[in-house]
Design a binder for this molecule. Sequence first.
Ligand code: 5AD
Ligand code: SF4
Length: 429
Amino acid sequence: MNVSDSERVATSLAGKGFEITHSEENADIILINTCSVREKAEQKLYSRVGRIKKKYDEKPVIGVMGCVAQLEGETLFEKINGIDFVVGTRAVGRVSEAIEKVLNGENGFTDLGEREADYDWNVADAQRNSPYVAFIPIIEGCNKFCTYCIVPFSRGRERSLEASEIIRQVLELKRRGVKEVHLIGQNVNSYRPETDSGLEMFAGATPFSKLLRAVAATRIEIIKFNTSFPRDFHHDIVDAIDEHENLANWVHLPVQSGSNKVLKAMRRLHTIDSYFKRIDKLKESNRNISLTTDIIVGFPGETDEDFRDTVKMVEYCNFDSAYIFKYSPRPGTPAFEMEDDVSQKVKSERFTELESIQKSLQSTNLKRYINSHVQVLAERISSRSANDLTGHSSCHKIVNFAASDDMLGKLVNVKINEIKSNSLFGELN
Ligand code: 5AD
Ligand code: SF4
């Protein structure tokens, strides 16, 4: 979401005559986009601003956006010396106004206001990371309030984009040569637009599965979506994937823990049985759907037995990859009030053990790809070898293969002959 925000801010600033540079040395204005979901974001911001101030005789204008901006607001000016303006998560459409205020001599300008009704969701080709892949936010914010998570506070309530606007964007991107779109949001499958506009002709048990069918009907080559919330993961989503080849065979479904007791304390709104039901449905699909997840170890009150349940859960699900995090208390969240009673040592031990179990399951699991053919979008020349191209498969694996650069932007068929821990190698077919 943060990358996507940055792309849109760059688009809007470039449209207003600013020249975008990614090199700090050349910049007159530096915008720092912050994320506080896991890292010690405030500390990082403090050192970054300090470094910039020290390095240049004439200090560039420094603006802060993202979660830290939203959560801290004006207090950032007191905490960190050198910041010129602060723009919250829903005020990113007004960065140019903030810059103007600072250039006109206003000190400590803060905008934590709501998104404007005519906010421009488009990203210019030049500001996208890849000419062939685009991210479309379909829902922003989060209403779930998992007890450990800062997002509902930093991103506000859920708000869905009208389907007709999403379809318009997909068609426009397709016309401009984009091959793969990612529908993104904290919980894409909680998608609930205010009207049915754009969905009228599509069947589906939930607005999200209708949206998937509507986007599939645009015939854009590849559609991925991320992240899904287990409670709202209706089996009709799997049916939609089965029906439409351009809906990619990858689902990211964060489970967080294998213990019902911990899940309840996290307020995740799913149980392990209900999660397994969704996994079973995904595994029954005829699409060979790749499954990935997020897991937190060391949540307050997590006993050894709870952790063993997490290990069993990982063994049951056979994830293609899992992002594992050590619990870290976020001020302002309900879990911050709970006693952080799992020691750093035990958190690290559980992290290391789970990581090694997952790695070993993963390497066995990924062997199913050997000698198989996967569809890959050739995205760029490999940084390791000028004779190789690299891209993502429909199952969202990084795949490297020997090919010349005239294949860039094409969807190619690759036969896999080697599995590495984080990528696949193969040859063009
Ligand atoms: N501590 C550790 N991990 C966290 N995540 C979110 N908040 C925390 C926290 N306080 C992880 C969750 C989530 C992912 C994006 O970050 O696993 O799914
Ligand atoms: Fe955070 Fe839970 Fe919302 Fe995900 S669903 S963003 S973990 S509160």
